[in-house]
Design a protein around this ligand. Structure first.
Ligand code: SF4
Length: 330
């Protein structure tokens, strides 16, 4: 069981996942843990350096420590700060190595690292379907002695509008998906939906994404065949959040931006391909999920070994209908 903070007052540490989406799905657990500590001990959160710019937005009043490139470089923090407890959400061996100096180390049971932890628990499962990732994190904390929590995202702060944002309503489009091509919809289909939303709602389209999404954005711009603002690779992750916060609608895949929109309570339509909404779907009610369920879905593969039917059978009309419905709910 996670040691009670009353005994020492030394910091507790949570190691969060490296993907932005999973990081956001862990936020209900972070806030449950912080509430349980009730200021009796500080909570330190370790996560990927790439998400450091987002930490003040996602984890206000919580100290965020970017994970160093070597897992052993974190050891000095444990020694200098006398960290008493480390709980790990990633399955990785690396996360277990990072936290070795903590007297108490707990996480999900994994065959190759269980011997490095002082306590491990199996991931929650059910014979009837999937246990959502957010509930798995909460379930781990509950199994380690914390109270039962709810998969509800904390309220976000209000974000200012990006300086370059247009005066007219805009559509934020994220055609990339860092996970792999199995999650990505066809650029010509994106272009078709963009054209229709330009006509029906006068939405100015803005292409967005990180450096890895530049190609996907360029493909959509080429398919559109008319000028479009493309900011892919030109914004920080925090700036992406600002763009989502002021978009009339966000159109994306099952990706970090989808979870950011859910966190910000902003309207979005998210396209699912090889993955499963019951497992990693957005929390809350602001994001509409669209998918074409096929017998091989979900496969959770990064690249499709067959004909990508889960996404090629999803028509622009279906996605447009979801966008129209989401816009009409505003
Ligand atoms: S195997 Fe099926 S679910 Fe997986 S990417 Fe291909 S079509 Fe989609």
């Amino acid at each position: 069981m996670i040691p009670s903070p009353a005994s020492s007052g030394n910091p507790h540490l949570l190691r969060l996942p490296n993907w932005l989406g999973d990081f956001i799905l862990a936020l209900p657990s972070v806030h449950l843990y912080q509430g349980w500590l009730n200021r009796r001990a500080p909570l330190l959160v370790v996560g990927p350096p790439a998400l450091a710019p987002l930490a003040p937005l996602l984890l206000p009043e919580i100290e965020f420590i970017p994970a160093p490139s070597s897992p052993f470089s974190l050891h000095s923090i444990f020694k200098n700060r006398h960290v008493s407890s480390a709980t790990l959400f990633p399955n990785s061996l690396r996360a277990a190595l990072e936290t070795l100096p903590a007297p108490y180390r707990a996480g999900f049971s994994r065959p190759l690292r269980d011997y490095l932890l002082t306590e491990n628990r199996p991931r929650r499962t059910t014979p009837y379907g999937y246990v959502h990732v957010a509930d798995q994190y909460l379930g781990l904390l509950e199994d380690l002695g914390l109270p039962k929590g709810k998969a509800e995202l904390p309220l976000p702060p209000t974000l200012p509008k990006p300086q370059d944002a247009p005066a007219q309503p805009y559509l934020a489009i994220f055609p990339g998906a860092a996970y792999g091509p199995a999650k990505r919809w066809d650029p010509t289909s994106f272009a078709s939906v963009i054209r229709d939303l330009q006509k029906s709602h006068s939405l100015q389209p803005i292409l967005l994404g990180g450096p890895a999404d530049i190609e996907a954005c360029r493909a959509v711009a080429q398919s559109l065949g008319s000028p479009i603002t493309d900011l892919s690779g030109k914004t920080s992750t925090l700036e992406l959040a600002h763009w989502i916060a002021h978009a009339h609608l966000t159109l994306c895949h099952d990706s970090g931006p989808m979870h950011l929109a859910a966190y910000l309570r902003k309207p979005a339509v998210a396209i699912f391909g090889s993955t499963e909404p019951a497992w990693t779907g957005p929390l809350g009610t602001s994001v509409t999920v669209v998918r074409h369920k096929v017998s091989c879905s979900p496969c959770f593969l990064k690249a499709c070994p067959i004909d990508h039917r889960c996404l090629t059978r999803l028509t622009p009309e279906e996605v447009l209908t979801a966008c129209e419905q989401r816009l009409n709910q505003k």
